[in-house]
Write a protein that binds this ligand. Structure first.
Ligand code: OGA
Ligand code: NI
Length: 199
């Protein structure tokens, strides 16, 4: 990975709180990640709102399905987690976020699915600092919808869920997923500053 990409990302997060582009993962990596989705596609479950203690299923807010990826999953190391680790270190160096943990899941939105305006920081738990969403939809068209709308202080940013596009943003920024008019696949996760990592 080019060091300049990491510099661009960390600079954008530091200055604006968000970053988006389609050149963080290359085609070979994206194809591998997508093949791991196909391998696990029968194991997806309905997504829930809130932290572990407060899992009230609320379909009026979100109705996607997810599959959590183990952090030690060997198959994800080369195509995905190696770069996520590099990103985490670069963000710590530039933004002093004290990131020490991450968690990722695949998410599928079927036709008509959405995720209403929300923050990724739970009320009772603020360990999530940076949200990362990688989109895996080839041939995505404008009429397919399913855009990520980021309500930053400066403006509303619209991010299309196209193949290889990545959105990286502060988890405290409000955002939503517009109704998707077709199947929509992403790999979503959070870089965390987990204070109780040893408990
Ligand atoms: C989320 C989320 C955005 C997206 O899962 O919390 O906001 O574009 N996802 O899938
Ligand atoms: Ni979110």
């Amino acid at each position: 990975m080019q060091e300049s990409i990491l510099t661009n990302i960390t600079e954008a997060i530091y200055q604006h709180g968000f970053y988006s582009s389609c050149n963080f993962f290359n085609d070979a990596e994206l194809n591998l990640i997508k093949s791991l989705y196909f391998k696990n596609k029968d194991n997806f479950v309905e997504a829930k709102i809130g932290s572990e203690k407060d899992k009230n299923l609320n379909k009026s807010i979100r109705n996607d399905k997810i599959f959590w990826i183990e952090n030690n999953c060997e198959e994800f190391k080369a195509p995905f987690f190696n770069k996520i680790n590099a990103l985490l270190s670069a963000l710590n160096r530039r933004c002093f976020l004290g990131l020490n943990l991450y968690e990722f899941h695949f998410a599928t939105y079927a036709k008509g699915n959405y995720y209403k305006r929300h923050k990724d920081v739970f009320n009772n738990k603020d360990a999530r600092k940076i949200s990362v969403v990688l989109y895996l939809n080839k041939n995505w068209k404008k009429e397919d919808g399913g855009e990520l709308l980021l309500y930053t202080q400066e403006k509303t940013v619209i991010i299309e869920p196209t193949w290889g596009n990545i959105a990286i943003f502060e988890s405290s920024i409000e955002h939503e997923v517009a109704i998707s008019n077709t199947d929509r696949l992403s790999l979503t996760g959070w870089l965390k500053n987990e204070k109780n990592i040893f408990t």
